[in-house]
Design a protein around this ligand. Structure first.
Ligand code: G4P
Length: 287
């Protein structure tokens, strides 16, 4: 599968991120809770060195609750404060404020020692495309906040949103570039819909998803479409045919329309209709 993030975009994104890093104390990194590693770019560890760190496992409504907890504990062990949230409904967002204080404790102490009191923490939201950065900024900042206007030194066009006396947020998110080098990562990003579907072979992708789901969440496909996998050949295509039959996806001459069935399966997975599903397991938990 050919999935690309052009080097030019990457260089530009990296430069923009480096510029913005100088302005902030805290990085709020948004990941997709269904693929918490594949939806990150680990270069952020280097770029955000010395800054307070928070990771949000967003779209937690679509992910496995048990694994949300295990992922939160995985990142917390690396010293990064982590929370499962739903940026669309606002679930979990109230817990962020106390975490900000925790994550920036050193900076707040340092300020205090220098006699600087009540300087707000400045934060930036970062993440690869489609993880929900804009949705998060809108929900978290809400309508109650006021934009503080351009400040000297701030990249032209950037504005700070003052959330309260202790926290200001850069109003434009920092865009990280996805890491497609590993085929597995490209596949996971494609499953959740973060790769332009037009460039993908949807049947091939859906057949791969069948393999993933049968291994990790056996039964979820049968339950959704109402058939038994017992007599179906192991191939993902066999399952697509069965979905086509169950959903009456037929071409001329009663030929099963597996492309349409693939579309059903991908849409249902992405919309959470197959259940709350997480496709990655924290490395130390893999047995
Ligand atoms: P980005 O800025 O990081 O690129 O992402 P953006 O906020 O545009 O969100 C990408 C998609 O993810 C949007 O859906 C958004 O509604 C959805 N989304 C964001 N947070 C959550 C969440 O916590 N749970 C769920 N289920 N979805 C979330 P869309 O279909 O592209 O747009 P729309 O139909 O919502 O307008």
């Amino acid at each position: 599968m050919q999935i690309q993030w052009y080097p030019g975009h990457m260089t530009k994104a990296r430069r923009a991120m480096q510029e913005d890093m100088r302005l902030i104390d805290l990085v709020i990194e948004i990941t997709d809770a269904r693929i918490p590693l594949a939806s990150r770019n680990p270069d952020i560890d280097e770029l955000a060195k010395g800054k307070g760190r928070i990771i949000l496992l967003n779209k937690a409504d679509l992910a496995d609750d048990g694994l949300n907890e295990r992922w939160a504990s995985y990142f917390s062990k690396q010293g990064i404060h982590t929370l499962a949230v739903n940026a669309r409904t606002g679930m979990g967002l109230k817990k962020i404020q106390p975490l900000v204080q925790e994550a920036c404790r050193e900076k707040i102490e340092r300020d205090r020692r220098r006699g600087i009191l009540n300087r707000p923490v400045r934060a930036m939201v970062v993440g690869i495309p489609n993880v929900g950065k804009s949705t998060f900024i809108n929900s978290f900042a809400g309508k109650a906040c006021t934009k503080t206007g351009n400040k000297p030194g701030v990249t032209k066009g950037n504005q700070w949103i003052r959330l309260n006396r202790t926290l200001e947020l850069l109003d434009t998110p920092g865009i990280l570039w996805p890491k497609f080098e590993e085929e597995r990562v490209g596949l996971l990003l494609a499953f959740i819909g973060s790769v332009n579907d037009a460039i993908l072979n949807s049947e091939e992708l859906a057949a791969e998803l069948v393999h993933f789901l049968s291994r990790r969440y056996p039964g979820c496909i049968e339950k959704r479409y109402g058939f038994s996998m017992e007599n179906i050949s192991d191939s993902g295509y066999g399952v697509l045919e069965e979905i086509a039959r169950a959903r009456s996806c037929l071409l001329k001459g009663n030929v099963l329309d597996t492309k349409k069935a693939a579309g059903f399966l991908l849409d249902d997975f992405r919309g959470g209709k197959l259940g709350k599903i997480t496709l990655e397991i924290p490395p130390e938990d893999v047995r």
